[in-house]
Design a protein around this ligand. Sequence first.
Ligand code: DO4
Ligand code: MG
Length: 278
Amino acid sequence: MKLYRTSNGPYVEEAGSYFHLPEPSWDALVTHDDLHGYLLSIVNKGEPAKDFLMAKIEAPIGNQEVWAAGVTYYRSRSARMDESKTAGGGDFYDRVYSAERPELFFKSTPHRVAGPGENVRIRKDSSWSVPEPELTLLINHCGQIIGYTAGNDMSSRDIEGENPLYLPQAKVYDGSCALGPCVLIDREPLPTSTPISLEIVRDGRSEFSGATTLAELKRAPATLVEYLFRDNSFPFGAFLMTGTGIVPPNSFTLASGDRIRITIDTIGTLENEVVQGS
Ligand code: DO4
Ligand code: MG
């Protein structure tokens, strides 16, 4: 089932039919004792709504914090080592890739998150920016993975590459994160064969495209969540981005007007336009 947050409240979609939810609070849904069972009960009542298409789809977030895992794909390890080699930071990325403890960092508060169709931003003081397409977990307040969405961990590679201690500035700024278009609510983990793809369109033409699958993700989502919840509480639940396995070549940087499309098969496509900070 797919859960949407819209300007007209939340809807659940099953087999092409949309059902409006009487529970309007996104936080109450995320912290529901049995969200999957609750949504199933709404679907089974069988009263599809006709007004879903009139509503604006919004980022599927209430008061959840957004966190991110890093260097969970070999491609990300290599790209980071390359971008930070003159700063002498490369070794850290190699070590964290094979360490038992994953890299986890705070990514975003809800107000910095763009929904489908909204703008993501590149920093005005960055000259090398990329999107990072990432499977993103929705976790309830008890630390259970209850759903999956597509995420974009927008990153300033020059700022992070200059010094790894600049990571928060490279990663956390207005419009630096996008989530959506919906949350796939599933009790089962996603198959490792699940593809994630990225396309960047400039002036109507494909400027970059790439793909990976969850089989390339080095760490189990449940292990990442276990680390995140160690000595850390999330009363409204949390999102956890699981890292990128797609990095455009070093010659590529995003530009204002680029359209970023991130597709995860069973979830859908998250599309955003890029604007430059001024
Ligand atoms: O180590 C810095 C960030 C890594 C990251 O965001 C990723 O691998 O996706
Ligand atoms: Mg990332």
